[in-house]
Write a protein that binds this ligand. Structure first.
Ligand code: SF4
Length: 297
């Protein structure tokens, strides 16, 4: 039987995991609280690139009043083609205390946000969990969205149970060689599959309110990559067969070669329309029809 820890005990456990950092599957062992950095480059205090209302997320997340998006600086996956590379790779952002992070959440709620959407929170899980507890103590009631690359440790996710309402993971790659080449994480698919199973165990399929706004559950994103149709098929098959055919899936077509993908022999071009059509056919053949398809403009 699973033993539930108090919120304070879970926050302490998360800070312990980041002391010689084992927060994420890279398990660098970096002494972050003592000023050392590991693969992600994150230190003790969360660094924030921006906090604002965002209207470009999936409809159940952005709704009509916007998602209260907090972009965290650095990343534990660091894909070569990241469209947010100034934040994830180059470290654009400013350090904030946990108290300040909680204040940002409360101010976004005051501005009408449907939810608080932490973008790339993995390496700051301890500080984010701590801020959620502080903000809830001061009146935060809107859902918390955990918007992640999917490269997560189960042990860390278990400590978030009850603090996160909506998990919004990417599943990016299915093949070891692709994940190794573009993110130096050959175990990515194996890790992400276990992580998404745990997320679904905690929150279930996506639940919407009467106005179509997400209140709880799982929303999976998959960015279709040029020249990787087979990997898209494997990702969709996993979601339909091993998570739930009712999974809300966002099939994204907006890939463009950013940052280190410029000039890459495979990822150095945009997606062709027929590649996206193939991905949609896979999606339909698996009866994964609760979701959102972003057409190429
Ligand atoms: S969170 Fe960062 S420092 Fe910690 S294990 Fe992951 S990559 Fe390494």
């Amino acid at each position: 039987m699973r033993r539930f820890l108090s919120e304070a005990a879970r926050i302490r456990a998360l800070y312990r995991l980041s002391r010689r950092c084992e927060i994420c599957p890279r398990k660098c062992g970096a002494e972050r609280l003592a000023g050392k950095t590991g693969f992600c480059k994150a230190l003790k205090f969360p660094e924030i690139s921006s906090h604002n209302l965002h209207f470009g997320e999936e409809p159940p997340i952005s709704g009509t009043r916007g998602s209260g998006t907090i972009f965290l600086t650095h990343c534990n996956l660091r894909c070569d083609f990241c469209q947010n590379y100034p934040i994830s790779h180059m470290g654009h952002g400013r350090p904030a205390t946990v108290k300040r992070l909680a204040e940002m959440m409360l101010s976004l709620q005051e501005r009408g946000a449907h939810n608080i959407n932490f973008v790339t929170p993995t390496h700051y899980t301890a500080q984010v969990a701590h801020a959620i507890v502080l903000a809830r103590g001061k009146g935060l009631v809107i859902p918390i969205v955990y918007n992640t690359s999917g490269y997560e440790r189960i042990e860390t996710l278990r400590l978030l149970e009850g603090l996160v309402d909506i998990y919004m993971p990417d599943i990016k790659f299915a093949r070891r060689e692709t994940a190794k080449r573009y993110a130096r994480a050959p175990d990515y698919f194996e890790v992400a599959r276990a992580a998404v199973r745990e997320m679904h165990r905690q929150v279930g399929d996506l639940m919407l309110d009467g106005e179509g706004i997400a209140i709880k559950g799982l929303l999976v994103r998959h960015l279709v990559l040029p020249g990787h149709a087979e990997e898209t098929r494997e990702v969709l098959k996993f979601i339909a067969r091993e998570i739930s055919p009712r999974t809300y899936l966002s099939l994204m077509s907006q890939y463009f070669p950013a940052f280190k993908a410029t000039g890459d022999p495979v990822l150095g071009r945009r997606l062709h329309r027929e590649e996206y059509e193939t991905a949609k056919r896979h999606l339909r053949s698996l009866h994964l029809d609760f979701g959102w398809i972003q057409e190429i403009n």
